[in-house]
Structure formats: C-alpha cells, structure tokens
Design a protein around this ligand. Structure first.
Ligand SMILES: Nc1ncnc2c1ncn2[C@@H]1O[C@H](COP(=O)(O)OP(=O)(O)OP(=O)(O)O)[C@@H](O)[C@H]1O
Ligand SMILES: [Mg+2]
Length: 499
C-alpha cells in the first residue's frame, strides 16, 4: 500500500495525541480524512472543470480567429468584386459613349452630305434653268438674227451697187462707205448672235486644241497692248470640236481679258490633259478631258456681277453687247464641256474650259493639198451655177461627174447605173432642195437601190443635225458650203478609199 503524506501526518498526529481518548481521536481523524478526501475530490473536479473551460475558451478563440480571417477574406473578395464591377461598368459606359458619339457623328455626316446634296441639286436646278433660259432666248435671237441678216445682205448689196455708181471723190461716196462700215459691224454682231443661238449640234471634227489656240490667240492679239503667254502640254489629247465655234470661244475670252487690262498685261493660256472621275463636283461624265485656262491680270469681276456674266446682254462695258460669254457658254455646253471662272478683284480672272478628249487622231495636215482620184460621181444640187462649178472642179480632180436637180432624178439615175452594172463611185447630195426631194430622204431610197453607195451630204446649214451626225443618216461624209476645193478633194478621197 502506498503511504501518502497524509498518512504520515496522521501517524505523527496520533503519536502526539496519545493520552487522549483514542476512540475520539480516531473519529476525529476519520472526519478529517473524509473531509480531506472530499476537498481533494472537489479540488480535482474543479481542476478538471478549469481545464475543460480553458480548452473551450481556446476552441472559441480559434473559432473566433477563423471567423475573423474568413471575414477579412470575404471583405477582400467583396472589395475585388466591387472594383471589378466598377471597372466593367466603366467600360460599358465608355463603349456606350463611343457608340453614341459614332452614331451622332454619322448622323452629322449624313446631314452634311444631305445639305451638300440639296445645295448640289439646287445648283443643278439653276444650271438647268439657265440652260433653258438661254435655249429659249437662243431660239428668239436666232430667228431675229436670221431675218436681220437677210435685210443686211440686201442693204450691203445695194450700198455696194450705189457706191459703184458714185464717184469716189463725192460726199455721197463717203456717206455710203460709212453705211457700209456700219452694216458690216451689224453683220458681225448678227453672226455672234447666230452662233449663240444655233439650235443644232456643232459640226465636229477631230482637231488639236493646241493648233486652234495658237491660231486664234495670234489673230486676236495683233495690235494690242497685252501679250499672250502659251504653255501647252506636248501630248495634248485631240478633241472632237466645231473648230469655228471653239475659235470663237477663245476669241471672246481673250478679247475680254485684253479689255480687262486697259494698260496691257500678260494673258497666260495653259492647256493640258485631265482625267475626271465619277462623282466629280463639275458634274461631268467621267473620262478623259482637255483643259484650257486663260488667266489675266485685269480688274477682276465683282461678286455682284459674277453670277450674270454668262447671261446674254449682260455687259459692264460702254460699247459691249454682252453676247461674248453667253455664246461661249452655250458653245461649250453643246460640246459636252464646262466653263468655270475664278476671279479676284484687282488681281485678275481665270476662265477654265474642259472639253471631252477624242479617241481619234487628228487627221494629217498634209491631206489638205488637192488629192486627185478616179471614179464616176453623181452630184445632186438644185443650183445650176453650182452644178457647173462641181463639173469643172471634179474634172480637175480626175473624176467624171453626172448631175441631178433633185432627189427623184438622182434616184432614177442611180437605178439606171446600177442596172447597167456601172454604179456611181460616190454621190454628193445637197441637203435641202426647195420644192423637191432633199438629201435626207434621197439617201434612204438610194441605199435601197444601191446599198454600197458612198454618199456625201452637202449643205450651207452647217448646224443642221444631219450635218452633225451624217453617219446616222447613212452618209459616209459631209461637205459644208461654202467649201474650198481641198475639202471636196479630201472628202471624196476619204469616202472612195475608205473601203
Ligand atoms: N476677263 C475678264 N475680266 C473682268 N471682267 C470680265 C472678264 N470677262 C468678262 N467680264 C465681265 O463679263 C461681262 C460679260 O462679258 P461678255 O464677253 O459676255 O460681254 P462683253 O465683253 O461686255 O461684250 P461683248 O463680248 O459682246 O463685246 C463683261 O462686260 C465684264 O463685265
Ligand atoms: Mg466680251
């Protein structure tokens, strides 16, 4: 048995208590031992309880730590999520803003384009109106000019006759000379009016603008204070133009430039090739063009006048008729081209003209000399003196000729020749035969008789549509009256050799 300290104390105590009633002491000791036992037990339980409580406290503490940690983590995650959400929201807002800006921009652009389109449409409308106005004025002016020209022809003829009968020293001769000079001025004015008024298409031929510019500018400038400076591209494309009309255009513009510089100055004339694309602001068909520019150092055109300069009869000049630019405008439009102007007061003015380029080469200049040939030519013309002249010239050129007064006779002759197997090598048909079948009708019937026939249309009405588009009517060539012999020899040569 294990001896505890309590047993020892108990032993010592029992020795010291010897002499006392042992029974009592034992009971006391037993009591003490019991009490001790109880206290000890209680103590042990308490210790255990404390231990347990401490354990529980630790457990709670560790749970609290975990909780706190989790809380911190959760806060981090929430923070992160918040940031992410904010970032996402910001990008979405930014994108939305961008989209909105784009839409607004596009709408702006559309609106701008629409405004442009409307302005363009208005401009086109004005152009059309202007063209229509010019067209109807042209018809009126043309009629007037035509009649006026006839009157003038009579006046001039009679004045010449009267002058012929008057003595050159007499007063009446001088007066008649004045009348003659005035009539000639009136005639040149009428011619200007006629060109502006010509309803028909221009009679076009393939030509070099360089040549036309050189010729016209030289002619206009002789005896003037100003000089022309030409700068023309070497490889200038040919154009399909009515040479007479384009010369007149160049004349008109150079004369204006010259008049804008009373003290004299330099007129710079440039010409070059130009390719125009689709949707150009000038409203020209896309393609190849030749551009001429005429620049002067004159007084310029005020804004107030600028919109009127192409109107007929608009002039700021004392003795101006105001027809120069009106004629120029309608000629250029009829050639499928465009004329524009740039001007600055006291600095100068530039006119630009664009004309469509031609695919065809300019015919050889050397061909202008008389080309002889062989063959039998049928000539239809109502005027006897002309028939006589044809006979003489054709004979000189090496051809034989036969004559008809009108379409019916020409048809009969062509039929006989065909039946005799001796068809004509070419026919020259006058376009208008008063009171008879003219060239336009005759060619259709002639082609039925002899589909091979090579016919040339001839007329004094150079602006007649048949003259302009002779091929569409079945002709192989054209001859504008009055003509030089060279032109007759050329056209015959072309038509007969053209096979
Ligand atoms: N190069 C230029 N510089 C300044 N003004 C010009 C020029 N060209 C034309 N103008 C103005 O345009 C107007 C009309 O010109 P247009 O050639 O049609 O008639 P005009 O020269 O007055 O008369 P016309 O040519 O019939 O003799 C002129 O009167 C002038 O005011
Ligand atoms: Mg003029």
């Amino acid at each position: 048995m294990k001896i505890t300290p309590l047993d020892i104390q108990h032993q010592q105590f029992s020795v010291r208590l010897r002499g006392f009633d042992v029974g009592e002491v034992d009971r006391f000791l037993e009591l003490v031992a019991d009490t001790f036992e109880e206290v000890h037990g209680e103590n042990e339980r308490l210790k255990e309880k404390v231990h347990r409580l401490r354990k529980e406290k630790e457990a709670i503490k560790s749970r609290e730590d975990t909780f706190r940690k989790t809380l911190l983590e959760a806060q981090g995650v929430i923070e992160h999520m918040k940031e992410n959400a904010e970032k996402k929201a910001r990008t979405i807002i930014d994108q939305a803003q961008l989209k909105a800006d784009q839409i607004v921009n596009r709408a702006h652009n559309r609106l701008g384009k629409l405004h442009g389109d409307i302005a363009e449409l208005k401009r086109m409308e004005e152009e059309i109106l202007k063209a229509e106005k010019l067209e109807s004025l042209g018809v009126l002016a043309g009629g007037l000019a035509h009649d006026f020209n006839n009157v003038l022809t009579t006046i001039l003829g009679n004045v010449s006759m009267a002058k012929y009968q008057a003595s050159p020293e007499s007063d009446i001769f001088e007066l008649l000379s004045e009348v003659e000079a005035a009539s000639k001025r009136a005639q040149s004015l009428t011619n200007q009016l006629l060109t502006f008024a010509k309803g028909g298409a221009p009679v076009k031929e393939t030509a070099s603008l360089a040549d036309i510019i050189k010729e016209s500018s030289g002619f206009v400038m002789s005896g003037s204070k100003s000089v022309c400076e030409l700068s023309i591209a070497d490889n200038l494309w040919p154009v399909e133009v009515d040479v007479g009309q384009i010369s007149q255009v160049i004349h008109n513009i150079i004369i204006n430039a010259n008049q804008a510089m009373p003290e004299g100055g330099v007129i710079k004339i440039r010409a070059g090739n130009l390719i125009i694309d689709e949707g150009n602001e000038r409203q020209l068909k896309p393609g190849r063009y030749v551009r001429m520019s005429f620049n002067d150092e004159g007084m310029g055109i005020s804004e107030k006048h600028l919109s009127k300069i192409f109107d007929p009869y608009f002039t700021t000049k004392h003795a101006g008729s105001g027809l120069g630019l009106a004629a120029t405008y309608s000629i250029i439009r009829r050639h499928g081209g465009i004329i524009t102007v740039e001007t600055q007061m006291e600095i100068g003015t530039t006119f630009h003209i664009c004309l469509p380029a031609s695919e065809k080469p300019v015919p050889d200049k050397e061909r202008a000399e008389l080309l002889t040939g062989k063959g039998k030519i049928l000539v239809m013309d109502d005027e006897a003196p002309l028939r006589k002249m044809y006979g003489m010239v054709l004979g000189k050129l090496g051809y034989t000729s036969e004559f008809a007064e009108d379409g019916d006779e020409a048809l009969r002759m062509a039929k006989e020749a065909k039946q005799a197997s001796k068809p004509y090598d070419a026919a020259i048909l006058d376009l208008t035969i008063p009171g008879g079948m003219g060239g336009k009708e005759a060619i259709q019937k002639l082609l039925e008789i002899d589909p091979e026939i090579r016919a040339i249309v001839s007329s004094g009405y150079a602006d007649d549509p048949v003259m302009a588009d002779f091929q569409e009517y079945g002709f192989k060539g054209r001859l504008a009256k009055p003509f030089e012999f060279g032109a007759l020899s050329n056209v015959l040569h072309e038509v007969i050799k053209g096979e």
